[in-house]
Design a protein around this ligand. Structure first.
Ligand SMILES: [Zn+2]
Ligand SMILES: [Zn+2]
Length: 307
C-alpha cells in the first residue's frame, strides 16, 4: 500500500483511523442558495426602488458594525480564536452581531472555520477548502454548497460554547435573528430600511466574505510563509478599511492566535482598533499578539507588506 502521510489534528478536529481529508464531495445546499438568492433579489429591489440617502446610511453603518464588531472581532478573533478575553455579556453581544451578518450561527461559524483550517494544514487539501477552483465555480461552491467528507474527523466544540444556552439558542435561530432588526428598521424607515439594512447588507456581506476568502488563498503578498502545509494565506493590501483587517490573511495564517491581524507598520486593522477600544473601556483584557505564543511550525519570514 502507498504510504499515506498522517493527518494533523487541530484543537477541535480529531481525525480517526478511517478519516481521509480528501475523499468527499461538494453538496448543493438548497436553503443556503435560497437564502443568498432571496436577499440578493430583495436587496436589488431596495437599490432600484429606494435610492435614498438615509437607507444607504443604514446599510453602511449596519454593515460596518456587524462585519467589524460582529464577524471579525466577535466570531473570528474571540469565539473561534479566543485571542482576547472579555465578559460573557460582551461576548454574547459581539457574537449576536456576528450572527446578524447572515452567514451562520456560532457553532456553524466555528465548524466552517476550523474544518477549512484543518484541511489547509494537511499536506493535501481538497479544491473546495483550498479555494482552488476558478472564480465562478468557487463562488458557486462557497456560496451555495458545502464539502462533505466520506469519513469525517471528530469535531468537538468546547463545552463553554456547545453547552451554553445563549449560544445554543442563537445557533438554532440564526436566520430568525434578522427579525427583531427587520421589525425595528421597518418602524424607523419602512421597507427602504429593511431592504437596505437587512437584505442588501446580507447579500453584500456574504459575497464580500467569499471574495476575500477566494483571493486571500490564491496569490499575493506575504510577510511570512508556512512550509509543509497545503494552502497558504495571502495579504490583500489596501482592503484594510473595508474588511476591517481581515484582508491581512497571510498574517493570520502566520499568527492564527493573534488578536491583531495588521501586524506590520502601516497595515490598517479597524477590528484591532475596536478591541483596543474595548480594552481602554475595561471591557477586554489578555490580548494575544504574534509574540505571546511560540511561532507555529514551519513559519518562515518573507518581506514586509504595507498599507
Ligand atoms: Zn485561510
Ligand atoms: Zn481564523
Amino acid at each position: 500500500m502507498p504510504q499515506v502521510p498522517a493527518l494533523i489534528a487541530t484543537e477541535r478536529v480529531i481525525p480517526g483511523p478511517q478519516t481521509s481529508a480528501m475523499a468527499g464531495y461538494v453538496q448543493f445546499l438548497p436553503l443556503k442558495a435560497l437564502w443568498l438568492g432571496v436577499h440578493g433579489i430583495l436587496g436589488a429591489i431596495g437599490v432600484l426602488w429606494f435610492m435614498q440617502l438615509d437607507a444607504i446610511l443604514v446599510f453602511v453603518v449596519l454593515t460596518a458594525v456587524t462585519i467589524c464588531c460582529g464577524h471579525s472581532v466577535g466570531m473570528h478573533r474571540l469565539l473561534i480564536h479566543r485571542s482576547f478575553r472579555t465578559f460573557r455579556g460582551v461576548e454574547y453581544v459581539l457574537v449576536w452581531l456576528g450572527t446578524l451578518v447572515g452567514m451562520a450561527g456560532p457553532m456553524g461559524m466555528i465548524q466552517a472555520h476550523d474544518m477549512r483550517d484543518w484541511h489547509q494544514r494537511q499536506t493535501e487539501c481538497p479544491a473546495h477548502a483550498a479555494h482552488a477552483a476558478g472564480f465562478w465555480k468557487d463562488a458557486y461552491w462557497q456560496l451555495c454548497c458545502a464539502f462533505r467528507l466520506d469519513h469525517p474527523p471528530t469535531f468537538m466544540i468546547e463545552a463553554r460554547v456547545s453547552e451554553d444556552q445563549v449560544f445554543r439558542f442563537i445557533e438554532r435561530t440564526w436566520m430568525l435573528q434578522q427579525l427583531p432588526l427587520a421589525i425595528g428598521l421597518f418602524m424607523l424607515g419602512g421597507w427602504a430600511f429593511v431592504l437596505w439594512g437587512v437584505s442588501l447588507r446580507i447579500f453584500v456581506s456574504l459575497v464580500g466574505h467569499w471574495m476575500v476568502g477566494h483571493f486571500a488563498h490564491r496569490s499575493g503578498a506575504q510577510g511570512w510563509y508556512v512550509s509543509g502545509v497545503a494552502v497558504q494565506g495571502y495579504n490583500l493590501p489596501r482592503l484594510g478599511w473595508v474588511t476591517f483587517g481581515e484582508n491581512w490573511h497571510g498574517n493570520h495564517h502566520a499568527f492564527p492566535h493573534s488578536a491583531r491581524l495588521g501586524v506590520e507598520p502601516g497595515q490598517a486593522d479597524p477590528g484591532f482598533w475596536f478591541i483596543k477600544g474595548l480594552v481602554a473601556s475595561g471591557l477586554a483584557w489578555d490580548i494575544a499578539l504574534p509574540d505571546t505564543q511560540p511561532p507555529r511550525d514551519g513559519l518562515v519570514r518573507k518581506a514586509a507588506t504595507s498599507s
